[in-house]
Design a protein around this ligand. Structure first.
Ligand SMILES: C[S@@+](CC[C@H](N)C(=O)[O-])C[C@H]1O[C@@H](n2cnc3c(N)ncnc32)[C@H](O)[C@@H]1O
Length: 460
């Protein structure tokens, strides 16, 4: 972060105004990237059109009436800033942190740039993790379609490619999903009061989604709590990488981490049951499985044909009374029968609906309309393709896109406290398509009408 005195800033702003008033003939366009501007009061009503404010610290700054026309505010921190009456036409707000800002009367925030949406699906890898992956562990960017289908057999070399590509994506997905969940104060309060969070991750691999969850807990809960983790995967090398990353995280947090890693290859249904039985002294508050069940399903063994029904059934037996189950997977083709193509999302939704129609212990809260319609959908042949896109930024790749499908299921204690309402006058979008910076609806929930009020089904 660059420190800048008020005198310097005054001069830069004068030069910038000259540049604006002479159409670029005199003066110079201000570059305030990575400047600490959090304590200045020179910026309200300022003309910051086209200014480079990339990564600047504007936390709590008085920005009333400031004109940011086409300014670069990427990754800038504006938390708690006063933006009343500010103009943001054409400003680049990718990765901008706008939490807690006062935005009364702000102009030029196009709907697709709503900060809530940006905060939700765009994530930057924290620096400590970026360094750990790329400098310490030798990760590299490597896109390979098989990375999410045959990773059980991955060698150390391939795992380094996984670490540089798919780990950050899983991190981002998990970080976004749990940031959304932990935005509810009563959920945080519950875990603070309990003094611990107990987590199980099946198919945890190198640990992308686990670390995403831990970082979210650390960012959202200041109190000292214990975090107990049971991490299960068949690939021993992947688990070793995971432990190394976890040990780096451990040094940065005041939370007590109790980590148990279980190297197990799942070959049949009873292997999952046995894992659960062995763990039944423990009830988990959070169970996660990211991009693992499709790897089991892809082998098409009779055991795993109904894996998305079987897994929640088994998980429900080892969940605490206030507990979350997140099943996330890829959106690729799973199988083709005749001329019907079955993609992972449609199979996942069909099987979880079937589970929910027979089980009273867990209910889906994300995607939101499933809360009302999951059992009803079980009676139909709808092929429901739900998908969310996430973007992750790290030192080796900007805006790397990940497309996944997921369901968040919770116990009664959680959904009753949430008081979730599915609104008949809202169109719940279950898949978005992106066109440059714009975001448009592609599919909506079969049961929601077309209205002019669209909502992201994946947001709580
Ligand atoms: C695509 S990776 C996902 C890893 C991690 N959850 C993530 O999102 O980055 C799938 C993981 O499932 C594990 N896996 C696949 N089949 C398995 C099996 N039959 N038994 C145990 N683990 C398995 C692989 O070793 C791999 O680590």
């Amino acid at each position: 972060m660059r420190e800048i005195s008020d005198d310097e800033l005054r001069k830069i702003l004068e030069e910038h105004n000259r540049w604006l008033n002479t159409d670029g003939e005199e003066g110079s366009c201000a570059n305030l990237s990575y400047c600490n501007l959090s304590s200045t009061d020179l910026l309200h009503d300022a003309k910051l059109c086209e200014v480079d404010l990339h990564g600047a610290d504007l936390r709590g700054t008085d920005l009333r009436g400031t004109d940011f026309f086409r300014a670069d505010l990427q990754d800038a921190k504006l938390n708690e800033a006063d933006l009343r009456g500010a103009k943001l036409y054409g400003a680049d707000l990718h990765g901008t942190d706008l939490r807690g800002t006062d935005r009364e009367g702000v102009e030029g925030l196009a709907s697709y740039l709503q900060p809530e949406q940006l905060e939700y699906y765009r994530v930057k890898l924290p620096e400590w993790l970026d360094r750990c992956l790329f400098d310490t562990l030798g990760a590299f960017y490597w896109r390979a379609p098989e990375a999410a289908s045959k990773s059980l057999e991955f060698s150390t070399d391939k795992l380094k490619g996984y670490l540089g590509t798919y780990f950050p994506r899983s991190y981002a997905e998990s970080f976004s999903i749990f940031s959304n969940i932990f935005s509810k104060q009563f959920i945080k309060d519950r875990f603070i009061k309990k003094g611990e969070i107990s987590i199980m991750d099946l198919g945890s691999g190198t640990g992308g989604n686990l670390i995403g969850l831990l970082e979210t807990i650390d960012n959202n809960i200041d109190e000292q709590i214990d975090i107990k983790i049971v991490s299960i995967d068949g690939n021993e090398d992947a688990l070793c990488f995971q432990e190394e990353i976890l040990n780096t995280f451990r040094k940065r947090t005041d939370k007590k981490i109790i980590f148990k890693k279980e190297q197990r290859v799942i070959e049949k249904h009873s292997d999952i049951v046995n894992i659960a039985n062995k763990l039944d002294e423990e009830k988990f508050d959070i169970i996660i499985t990211f991009k693992c069940l499709s790897e089991l399903a892809i082998y098409n063994l009779p055991e795993f044909r109904k894996i998305y029904s079987i897994f929640p059934e088994i998980a429900s037996g080892i969940m605490s009374e206030f507990s979350f189950l997140i099943i996330l997977d890829v959106t690729t083709l799973l199988k083709e029968i005749g001329n019907i193509k079955y993609f992972v999302p449609t199979v996942l939704n069909k099987q979880i609906n079937s589970f929910e129609s027979k089980n009273n212990f867990l209910k889906t809260i994300i995607p939101k309309p499933c809360f009302a319609y999951a059992s009803k959908c079980d009676l139909t042949n709808n092929l429901c393709f739900t998908q969310q896109q996430f973007k992750v930024n790290h030192s080796r790749k900007a805006n790397d896109i990940s497309k996944v499908t997921y369901r968040v299921l919770v116990t009664e204690k959680v959904y009753k406290s949430l008081n979730l309402r599915v609104d008949n006058n809202v169109t719940y979008i279950t898949k978005w398509k992106f066109d440059g910076r714009d975001k448009q609806s592609d599919y909506r929930c079969f049961y929601s009408k077309e209205t002019d009020k669209e909502e992201d089904s994946f947001k709580l």
